[in-house]
Design a binder for this molecule. Sequence first.
Ligand code: GDP
Ligand code: MN
Length: 382
Amino acid sequence: MKLHEYQSKDLLSRFGVPVPAGEVTDDPKEALAIAEKLGGKVVVKAQVLMGGRGKAGGVKLFDSAGPAAEFTKELIGKTLVSIQNPAGMKVEKVLIAEQVDIAKEFYLSVLLDRSEQKLVVMISAKGGMDIEEVAETDPDAIIKLYVDPAFGLCDYEIRAALADAHIPKEARGQMVGLIKSLVKAYLDADAELIEINPVALTPDGKVIAADAKVAIDDNALFRHKDYAATSTDSAENPIEAEALRRGIAYVNLGGEIGIIGNGAGLVMCSLDEVNAAGGKPANFLDVGGGAQAERVKSCVELVLMDKNVKGLLINIFGGITRGDEVAKGILVAFDQLNVNIPVVARVEGTASDKAREMLASTKIVPAETMQEAAQKIVALTR
Ligand code: GDP
Ligand code: MN
């Protein structure tokens, strides 16, 4: 789960990361009050979870509160479009923050390097710009510092990495502290990514996080109830947000064949088979073990919220999940929802005979194997 900038800064400041004072709002009047309180010299920043926000016009500096409030009014409700996010994202909130006087901009991030089985801190003196671009044009400008899982980081290692990255001497002491705080925050908050771009160095030599991105591992959200509470309004896709509210594992994939299966592995196989048959999966959806009819109905409803879906593939291997319960759910769904797209169902395992019997009287096309089911649904949606 990606946190908004203001949430990321809140979290990081609790670990001692210096961040500019600021407040979030969706109201231009309140924006005026916040900007006045901060002394007028502020930056107004759209709180959208997309890359290239600044270039998309979502970040602007002001010398006084009035124009900052005007800009807030302009931004709220507007859809920002960037190269990284061509579909665009609607601005619902803005962060009004004290403007940082920036002399130099650096880049810092912490992530997991799976092949090294270690956390890695990425450091660059080329901050403020697109890091992917730096990685392409000047890869040596990004220094990787691996964190020993047993011993953590020692100050001298960090100092050496900062020197390698050409971080100016006067900033290094503060950067050591900052990197240690980020690593601690990463571990304590079960983060997947922490990125500060830019880390600002002010003319009077202070280091401060001018931007912040934190993503929390979804599987650890139960340990972070405070963030879980806000997770639905920060989901990137409205159907994914609804799935989160319903407690269903759903990922939108942008294709046109809706997929429902039980067990993540079986669903992944179904995606592969649909791809192999020449189709494009619209989603990943795992109904979970032991799904009851009501839940199955809820899943069908969720998949059909995606207007791109032209056909539905249901792939169930009954173990704890009973085929007849799934069939009951499908029947209820078809009865209550207006399903007017082709549906292919493959139900195998526990109570599958009964399930096939129940579905025989419907328009649902049966299939014996997963491959056959994938081929049939792809053919039917052509
Ligand atoms: P992003 O485009 O989503 O990464 O948004 P950022 O918060 O990183 O802002 C983009 C750019 O705007 C930064 O790289 C800075 O150059 C500039 N910027 C953002 N906040 C400030 C600020 O407080 N003061 C100054 N001088 N520039 C800022
Ligand atoms: Mn940034």
